[in-house]
Design a protein around this ligand. Structure first.
Ligand SMILES: [Zn+2]
Length: 267
């Protein structure tokens, strides 16, 4: 495996062994070195091309020494079709027993950050009006804001379920007789039974998961736990959106309620 392979994958806690990229020579703190370790490739949504694209770095990427165990990497990735760009920054660390300049160090991404231009979004899928909130959720999770990341997901989840209820035929009542919104669980249950939009992976546990995440939002949580559950909740929310996308009747109905599948109404 080469350095660019690790940089081109999603962040994990596992260390991966790579071919040494510093020629077995310590890179002093603050010194930089050009590396030719293959192109970094990551998927983003290109708003220019209106499609998911794999963005690539050039042949050379820049490495700055931090200490024996850590280096920082800078590169710019471009859309291969239109040249829209994303600036990327990575902090790489090696295992305690390694030095990062070793011939075959085990490394992982400790931190990754990106600066998008207006033409690029994080999400590789387009979820219409929900895309932005989903992006914010992911970013918050990556920056370790546990509760914050969950708030965005919960908002999206509640909105989809409510819109689906209103789009169902006949509609599922979302308001009490006094016009106030019903408790969310009283909407979620009939939607789950009638609309078939909860992915099978979550058919049993989706409800439980949502309850746990409500605790997170209402302060009865710890940050660590929120982050651990983030991935599952994100899969539930995007899974529901994917199911809606395959249901033409629902998508037409929901579209008229303000969710536009193309997501092009923004500006
Ligand atoms: Zn493009």
């Amino acid at each position: 495996m080469r350095l660019s392979d690790v940089l081109s994958k999603s962040i994990t806690t596992e260390f991966q062994q790579v071919e040494g990229f510093l020629s077995n020579r310590k890179l002093k703190t603050g010194n930089s070195k050009k590396l030719t370790e293959g192109k970094v490739a990551l998927n983003f949504y290109c708003n220019n091309c209106n499609d998911q694209r794999t963005f690539y770095s050039g042949e050379e990427i820049f490495c700055i020494g931090v200490n024996q165990k850590t280096v920082s990497i800078d590169c710019v990735l471009e859309c291969p079709r239109c040249g829209a760009s994303v600036q990327m920054w990575f902090l790489l660390e090696c295992r305690d027993e390694d030095d990062i300049h070793n011939p075959y160090p085990y490394i992982r991404i400790a931190k990754r950050s990106e600066k998008f231009s207006e033409f690029v979004s994080l999400n590789t899928e387009n979820y219409g009006d929900f895309t932005e909130a989903l992006e914010k959720a992911k970013r918050a999770a990556r920056e370790n804001f546990g509760a914050g990341s969950i708030v965005y997901l919960r908002k999206v989840f509640e909105r989809i379920i409510t819109q689906t209820a209103e789009a169902a035929d006949p509609p599922i009542e979302t308001k009490k007789s006094d016009g106030k919104p019903k408790p969310f669980f009283q909407i979620l249950n009939p939607v789950k039974e009638r609309c078939n939009i909860i992915p099978s992976e979550f058919a049993e546990d989706g409800y439980k998961l949502f309850g746990e995440l409500s605790d997170v939002v209402h302060g009865d949580y710890d940050e660590e736990e929120a982050l651990q559950k983030f991935d599952a909740f994100y899969r539930l929310v995007t899974g529901v959106l994917e199911k809606i996308k395959t249901n033409q009747e629902l998508i037409t109905a929901i579209g008229t309620l303000g969710w536009n599948d193309g997501g092009e109404e923004a500006e």
